[in-house]
Design a binder for this molecule. Structure first.
Ligand SMILES: C[S@@+](CC[C@H](N)C(=O)[O-])C[C@H]1O[C@@H](n2cnc3c(N)ncnc32)[C@H](O)[C@@H]1O
Length: 376
């Protein structure tokens, strides 16, 4: 089956995630923010980088509309075509409403307002693609797809903001980015243990557990291990699917990632390493050099230590720091040249170069550079 994916704020990162989960040959970028994925099934809950997904129809839309199950219909339309405009989209919505009315159906249209596409918030709040007869038609050029879901922003916000143990100083890794790291590391493997050797308050561990992986967290700070434990306990209490007897295993211990011996050996590593102190302005050149040096030595000492403990082929996805320059560009940790010596290869993606895998908000001084490595 072919799915139309609407990519998130960083489309290249979203594409890398799709390539990791479905393999490059099954992913095709068709516009700056759209891709087609060929897969047997696809769940948006698994994806951190895509915001909407629809199953592409290979038969006329009219046929689909005339065969909907009984009951009231909620209908929304998003047209991502280059020449789409809000008025035309609304006219199309009215046309489909009339067609359905002629079949005796009761229809509520979701207004698209000043845009030709429904925002992911509008789609999500109207449960389009999530409930029977809550339908979103997603169009792009010759493609027509029926939504199978929108990013669950309510669930993300709950997981992010309602966690009992939070630490502004350690910084908040967005759950979406944690999911992306997990997908880049595991490439969708069904089970296994994910290690986060800089686990902080446990965002990566939480998202890993939700995806059904066993989790292993270590951190230099005892306080952070306590926080991770509190957050995981809270998540297990709150989440029905984690309460069952086959809930994933948790292992947490204090440890310096540059020296620690992890036992048992993890299957995958997903982590945001220590990003250094939060900054309120771009660092001056001398300060930047120091920050880069510190991050590089932490990263290479960690990779050297880990490399002695994991078998060839083990995959790691890491978020490492990059700093904003006064001219608005970002300057990162120069680790690529060292990888060979350290015993790793960097994974390459068809649609995203190394520099494309930079995750940041305009107002952030410290950005996250994503690197995906495989032990040689
Ligand atoms: C940015 S936080 C990690 C966030 C975390 N990945 C998450 O999912 O919430 C970085 C953490 O690295 C820890 N840290 C710093 N140096 C370390 C080291 N050498 N070994 C292990 N942990 C370290 C800090 O205590 C901090 O909790």
């Amino acid at each position: 089956m072919n799915y139309l994916l609407v990519l998130g704020r960083e489309p290249k990162i979203s594409l890398a995630e799709l390539e990791a989960l479905f393999s490059s040959s099954k992913v095709k970028q068709i516009a700056s923010n759209l891709a087609i994925v060929t897969a047997h099934s696809l769940s948006l809950d698994r994806l951190g980088g895509s915001i909407k997904a629809g199953l592409i129809l290979d038969y006329p839309l009219q046929d689909y509309l005339s065969n909907l199950p009984e009951g009231k219909i909620t209908l929304g339309i998003s047209d991502y075509s280059t020449r789409a405009n809000p008025r035309k989209t609304w006219e199309l919505a009215l046309k489909y409403k009339n067609l359905l009315k002629r079949h005796g159906r009761n229809v509520r249209l979701v207004p698209n307002g000043k845009s030709a596409v429904l925002s992911s918030a509008a789609s999500h709040h109207n449960q389009l693609g999530e409930k029977t007869n809550h339908i979103e038609i997603i169009k792009f050029g010759k493609y027509t797809a029926i939504s199978v879901g929108t990013q669950n922003i309510t669930a993300y916000a709950k997981r992010d903001q309602a966690r009992p143990a939070r630490d502004a100083f350690v910084g908040m890794l967005p759950p979406k980015l944690a999911q992306i790291l997990i997908n880049l590391a595991t490439e969708g493997a069904k089970s296994g243990t994910i290690l986060d050797p800089f686990c902080g308050t446990g965002v990566v561990l939480q998202e890993s557990a939700l995806l059904g992986y066993s989790v292993y967290g270590t951190d230099l700070s005892e306080k952070m291990i306590d926080y991770s434990r509190k957050n995981l306990d809270w998540l297990f209490d709150k989440t029905q699917k984690l309460q069952k007897s086959q809930a994933p295993k948790i292992q947490l211990e204090v440890g310096d990632a540059t020296k620690h011996q992890w036992q048992p050996t993890p299957d995958f590593i997903a982590s945001e390493i220590y990003l250094g102190h939060p900054l309120s302005a771009p660092p001056a050149d001398i300060k930047l050099k120091q920050l880069q040096q510190d991050a590089k030595s932490l990263l290479s000492d960690f990779l050297r230590n880990l490399g002695k403990q994991i078998p060839a082929g083990t995959q790691l996805a890491l978020a490492i720091p990059a700093w904003k320059r006064p001219n608005g560009t970002y300057s990162g940790v120069n680790i690529l040249d060292e990888l060979d010596k350290l015993g790793y290869n960097a994974i390459k993606y068809r649609y995203a170069s190394y520099d494309d895998l930079l995750y940041y908000r305009e107002d952030q001084i410290v950005a996250r550079q994503i690197i995906v490595l495989r032990k040689k």
